[in-house]
Design a protein around this ligand. Structure first.
Ligand code: FRU
Length: 498
């Protein structure tokens, strides 16, 4: 029996619009118990088109309610990616009767001008909301930053720099990031740029995010700069790299230790899978919470418009918490699912210690739905050559992932995980991530939904996020290695109920 597209592919716990095309998350902010997320949206088709900002609200970043469209294109252009902040002190003057405005900062993309052969068709603009982000008024003097003859000039991300008491904007400008600052969100001064000769440059730089973060959750603060790049990702197409450094209000200076890491790796990626792009962080998270919260577009420009869902196209990753870990001289921006996810856990199995693939029996006896699954365990004595985890169905679709100890790599192989022929670019490779030198043991976490897998090694030190489209639900599991006596500890299997 043929399953409907909804039943087979609509994710259980990843945001998708009810219908039509979505790409980047935009303008995320928190206010009064609600997480807001806007997104690049084309309401009239299931491929990219004239961009709007769609809108969704969540109490916990896990289950979302789609709202009316927040921003429509107009004479100045399509509404491209950007950010939003809560202007508590009304620095912009948009506030009224004691209500602090929420200010969105976005890119206008003037498609007519582009078509006419100009290069200065992208500029930065602002809009404000006085009703908690539901409706927006565009500023009457847009754009606030006009184009300085740079072709790809977009995706403003604004943060309050508390040490220097001003707004700071990171903006993608071709092959670098430009930093601007402002006191009122209307007048912006260019301060510096970063990145022309550093990091990955296989494609255009997009969707930056600059924010302060505590090192090892202690006293020391560093600034992290996230930069999405398309193409040029570690496994092809779109991906997101990051840099660790210091920001003095005007310039971003790479940390020396991080700079040494870059000498070895060339680029360091937030996610080594093929389907986590254009992600940025939430603004206005209360100090009492203090987390850096992130979400990404769970797709890739190489095939995003061809994936085999038709009513809607694209979903977001699970929302993640970012932490900056330093071990010795080595920084790592860990990202792992937000804790809110676990409040949906129902059935749960845990075991202290298991040998070889008895976990297979455990899962098949348990009637857990693999399309809302959290699977966690520690692999001990990493002596086997290859650890291979398989999620599969009776039709033979098989998603395989794990660790190759000979090549020193993690891998995800979706070549046989169902439909792949909608795009030549979807499964031309097995995706890989190098195992860091500092790894001593392996803690594995896997989130599985109907069409996505998110794998977090050692609390998100290495992450791989990928899509797959099985012909029927994956409902079988096995783990194997050449050495059948390997050991698994602290196994936990949870099914979520939403
Ligand atoms: C990234 C991106 C942004 C741009 C938007 C357009 O995926 O290309 O740079 O603002 O998508 O939809």
């Amino acid at each position: 029996e043929k399953q409907t597209e909804e039943a087979l592919y609509r994710p259980n716990f990843h945001f998708t619009p009810k219908a039509n095309w979505m790409n980047d998350p935009n303008g995320m902010f928190y206010l009064n118990g609600k997480y807001h997320m806007y997104f690049q949206y084309y309401p009239d088709g299931n491929v990219w088109g004239p961009m709007h900002w769609g809108h969704a609200i969540s109490k916990d970043m896990i289950t979302w309610e789609e709202q009316q469209i927040a921003l429509y294109p107009d004479d100045l252009g399509y509404i491209f990616s950007g950010s939003a902040i809560v202007d508590k002190n009304n620095t912009s003057g948009f506030g009224k009767e004691g209500v602090s405005p929420i200010v969105a900062i976005f890119t206008y993309h003037d498609a007519k001008s582009e078509k006419a052969g100009n290069i200065n068709y992208q500029s930065q603009a602002i809009a404000y909301s006085l009703d908690e982000g539901l409706t927006w008024t565009k500023h009457e003097n847009n754009p606030v930053i006009s184009n300085p003859d740079i072709k790809d000039f977009r995706d403003p991300k604004v943060v309050w720099d508390d040490s220097n008491k001003k707004w700071v904007m990171a903006l993608a400008a071709g092959n670098k990031i430009m930093f601007y600052s402002s006191l009122n969100l209307k007048e912006w001064k260019l301060k510096s740029d970063f990145g022309e000769n550093i990091g990955a440059h296989g494609g255009v730089w997009e969707c930056p995010d600059l924010f302060p973060i505590k090192v090892n959750n202690g006293e020391e603060t560093k600034w992290v700069l996230i930069v999405s790049i398309n193409p040029g990702g570690p496994n092809g197409g779109s991906a997101t790299q990051y840099f660790v450094g210091d920001f003095n209000g005007n310039t971003f200076k790479l940390d020396e230790d991080f700079s040494n890491q870059l000498k070895k790796e060339n680029a360091i990626w937030l996610d080594y899978g093929r389907d986590n792009y254009a992600g940025v962080t939430w603004s206005n998270i209360p100090e009492s919470d203090g987390r850096k919260l992130f979400i990404g577009w769970m797709s890739n420009w190489e095939y995003g418009q061809e994936v085999p869902t038709f009513k809607w196209r694209s979903s977001m990753t699970v929302a993640r918490e970012l932490k900056l870990k330093k071990t010795g001289n080595s920084f790592c921006l860990q990202n792992s699912p937000v804790n809110e996810l676990y409040s949906y856990a129902t059935k749960s199995i845990s075991k202290d210690s298991i040998k070889s693939n008895k976990i297979e029996d455990l899962l098949s006896e348990s009637d857990i739905d693999f399309a809302k699954l959290n699977l966690q365990f520690e692999l001990k004595d990493l002596k086997s050559e290859v650890y291979n985890l398989l999620f599969y169905n009776k039709e033979g679709d098989t998603l395989s992932l794990g660790l190759d100890n000979i090549k020193n790599e993690f891998f995800i192989n979706r070549k046989k995980a169902g439909k792949v022929d909608f795009s030549e670019k979807f499964a031309y490779n097995i995706s890989k991530a190098k195992v860091p030198e500092t790894f001593e043991e392996l803690n594995v976490q896997i989130l599985l939904d109907k069409t996505s897998v998110e794998v977090f090694y050692n609390n998100g030190e290495i992450v791989m996020t990928e899509l797959f489209f099985p012909k029927s639900p994956l409902e079988l599991f096995s783990i194997s290695s050449k050495d059948e006596t390997f050991k698994i500890e602290n196994l936990k299997i949870q099914e979520f109920k939403f």
